[in-house]
Write a protein that binds this ligand. Structure first.
Ligand code: PMV
Length: 340
């Protein structure tokens, strides 16, 4: 049996803009998912997952038929069809990651057990894809594994989970860990010497809808580039300034950039009443910064607050509003092999 784990991640700056080759800043966080992969006799894959609350199996033939179907849809840029497949089956990207690996290195009957408590919006899917890729590669090519390949196979999962059009920030964040600076055309750069910070994560209770919001922004940009492109450029500038504030440990400025990012991206219509409410409460009670993270359309917000008394008040007020609140630390370790 192979056991692996991978961290969740927070996109500190750059979500949505990174899809269009703008700057993104991401950090792995200290909540992990765990994947077990057990080789079994026969030509079947079995998956059990607490995250997707489901059990499913595919034969070798079904797996490859599905694989070629998705490849065809990607080639034809049929993003709506990919989104529909994902809506019907949340395990579809997990099967696609496996199929991509088996397509390159040969099929192997396996049983897979996924355990994850990473909330949606904190890279929960990418963490599973990365931990799964490492475990499957450990079975197939034990001595030739590279993080680059693990990240590449994880990206395949995000093709489905992000509606056909992922930026590549998530798979790199959860595979390499720490802080990364990312731009699609240039890849990522590890940001070293950055402070490990505490953030409050507030779950809006609304399902984050990354594939829908990514499609929404894409369609809006196709129809109205004159409106969308300047917003993406502003987001890019904010992210660039935020890296400097983080480097100089200037938390006040960093918080200010979080709020600027929130206000700017909100113009693209991807926020929700729940997210707006969380930001409003947090800033009113003295947080240094607050913004949603990930795909928006629901999911989680990041709150930066240093003063302990203020932190307590914010937590109390948010809990009163029925939001789930917890603390995380940034700059955690990437995907990891535990046994095998
Ligand atoms: O929903 P998440 O945490 O997987 O983040 C999505 C980030 C986007 O920029 C909206 C999409 C992407 O592929 O980068």
């Amino acid at each position: 049996m192979i056991v692996t784990s991978a961290p969740g991640k927070v996109i500190l700056f750059g979500e949505h803009a990174v899809v269009y080759d703008k700057l993104g800043i991401v950090s792995a966080v200290d909540i992990r998912c765990r994947v077990e992969v057990i080789p079994v006799a026969g030509n079947k894959i079995f998956i059990k997952s607490n995250k997707y609350n489901s059990e499913s199996s595919f034969s070798k033939k079904e797996l490859f038929t599905f694989y070629y179907h998705i490849k065809e849809l990607v080639r034809g840029r049929k993003f709506n069809d990919i989104e529909e497949i994902y809506k019907k089956d949340k395990l579809a990207p997990v099967f696609f990651v496996l199929a991509s690996i088996f397509n390159r290195y040969g099929f192997k009957g396996t049983e897979i057990i996924i355990n994850s408590n990473i909330p949606k919006g904190l890279g929960s899917s990418s963490a599973v894809f990365s931990a799964l890729s490492l475990a499957a590669l450990k079975i197939l090519i034990p001595n030739k594994i590279s993080k680059k390949e693990v990240s590449g196979f994880s990206y395949q999962g995000d093709i489905i989970a992000h509606g056909g059009h992922p930026s590549g920030i998530d798979n790199n964040a959860v595979t390499y860990g720490g802080y990364l600076k990312y731009r699609k055309s240039e890849g990522f750069e590890a940001l070293r010497g950055m402070p490990r910070i505490d953030l409050l994560i507030v779950d809006s209770g609304e399902q984050s809808r990354t594939s829908e919001t990514v499609s929404l922004v894409r369609k809006m940009r196709d129809n109205n580039p004159g409106f969308v492109n300047p917003i993406l450029d502003s987001l890019n500038k904010i992210s660039g300034r935020a890296v400097k504030a983080l480097k100089f440990k200037d938390m006040k400025r960093l918080g200010g950039f979080m709020v600027s990012y929130y206000k700017k991206l909100r113009e693209l219509g991807v926020s929700t009443g729940g997210l707006d409410n969380i930001i409003e409460i947090s800033l009113r009670e003295g947080a240094l910064g607050a913004k949603p993270t990930g795909g928006w359309g629901g999911g989680c917000c990041l709150i930066l607050v240093e003063d302990l008394k203020r932190k307590e008040t914010i937590i109390k007020k948010l809990k009163k509003g029925n939001f789930r609140v917890f603390s995380i630390k940034t700059a955690s370790e990437g995907v990891k092999l535990h046994t095998g």
